[in-house]
Design a protein around this ligand. Structure first.
Ligand SMILES: [Fe+2]
Length: 356
């Protein structure tokens, strides 16, 4: 951004925020970029993916401008100030939320405010008719009975918030969906504060600042309106990311992981033409293969196919070691290591088979 663009961006932002209430709100006014934070500020106000008037008639332009440009901006500014010189400095926003307690009200309120609003802007969209993914739909059906039931439960949770707060659809540590609400700017990531803990994938702001200009005291009407502008593609993608990671083969079978380490540190150099690693580590590789063969095969992988292939891994590793020790030719060593690499990969392939 050159100086002229910088001035234009910032003067237009400043102008809109300061003079708009006096001069009336410019129609179709879009915001050119995030409010520039000073370089040492860790957090900054994220830009919206759509224009302030894009969610009309469900959420009005003026509410969006004030909500984003004033309220959210204030949470960001206050969060940056609140963490300075505290153990929270240098942490990610998620780490801050996981650490914060009721002893740090400024970090609790402004950290929550920044996270919650950043999520809120993302799960709203002017795009009509977005649909949840198949796996998200399945989880909603399993947990709530279907989308109409989820809507009822979530909007009831939002209506029941006393004063200011948020209603959530979130994923718990086991990957199960739940609906909850929190007061003020708390959220389910605040492990020291939230009654129900998890990763929020959909949050509905039920502070009056989110709806009062258009809906006044009619919170239920605002909630019905918000339901029309939810971005189910974004919510589904957040659902997928929030699911607990399945353990990989080597987490479940550390002996095979130890073999893999030696294999990868000898096979790849060989591919580059360097046989030194396999010539010096063939004994170690045979030993690791022996350990894989003599330890029990973890239950999810214990099939006759895998048991037979493990035996072959041990036998072929021993043969390769013998070949190295009796100073076989480079061609013989290469071909033996390549074949062993294939055997190893057939075990990993069998472990990853959907049937296991
Ligand atoms: Fe808000």
């Amino acid at each position: 951004m050159n100086k002229r663009q910088f001035l234009k961006t910032n003067l237009s932002l400043l102008g809109a925020l300061v003079t708009a209430p006096m001069l009336g709100w410019a129609k179709n006014w879009t915001w050119a970029g995030p409010v520039p934070a000073s370089p040492e500020d860790p957090f900054s106000l994220p830009a919206l993916d759509y224009a302030f008037n894009a969610l009309e008639p469900f959420i009005d332009e003026k509410t969006m401008m004030i909500h984003h440009g004033k309220h959210h901006a204030a949470y960001v500014k206050n969060l940056n100030a609140a963490i300075q010189g505290t153990p929270f400095a240098g942490k990610t926003l998620e780490e801050i939320l996981a650490m914060v307690t009721d002893k740090e009200p400024a970090i609790r309120n402004n950290g929550g405010g920044h996270y919650n609003h950043s999520l809120f802007w993302k799960i709203l969209t002017p795009k009509k008719g977005t649909q949840p993914s198949a796996e998200c739909t399945q989880a909603i059906t399993q947990e709530f009975g279907g989308m109409p039931q989820l809507k009822e439960k979530l909007l009831n949770a939002a209506k029941a918030v006393f004063g200011s707060g948020w209603a959530w659809l979130a994923v718990d540590a086991k990957g199960k969906l739940f609906v909850s609400s929190t007061p003020n700017q708390d959220n389910p990531l605040m492990t020291n504060l939230a009654a129900l803990k998890g990763t929020p994938i959909l949050g509905i702001d039920v502070w009056e600042h989110a709806y009062y200009l258009k809906y006044q005291n009619l919170r239920a009407d605002y909630l019905e309106a918000v339901w029309n502008v939810l971005n189910w593609e974004e919510i589904s993608s957040r659902y997928k990311s929030a699911l607990p990671k399945k353990p990989g083969t080597f987490d479940l079978w550390p002996m095979l992981g130890a073999f893999h380490k030696v294999m990868s540190e000898t096979f790849h150099p060989m591919e580059e033409g360097d046989l030194q690693p396999i010539k010096t580590r063939s004994g170690e590789m045979a030993q690791r293969a022996g350990e894989v063969a003599s330890s029990p095969i973890p239950a999810p992988f214990n099939t006759p196919d895998i048991a037979a292939t493990v035996k072959r891994l041990k036998k072929d590793s021993k043969a390769l070691d013998k070949l190295v020790k009796k100073q076989g030719t480079d061609e013989q060593i290469k071909s033996s290591l390549t074949a062993l690499h294939d055997v190893f990969h057939s075990i990993v392939g069998l472990c990853r088979d959907e049937n296991h």
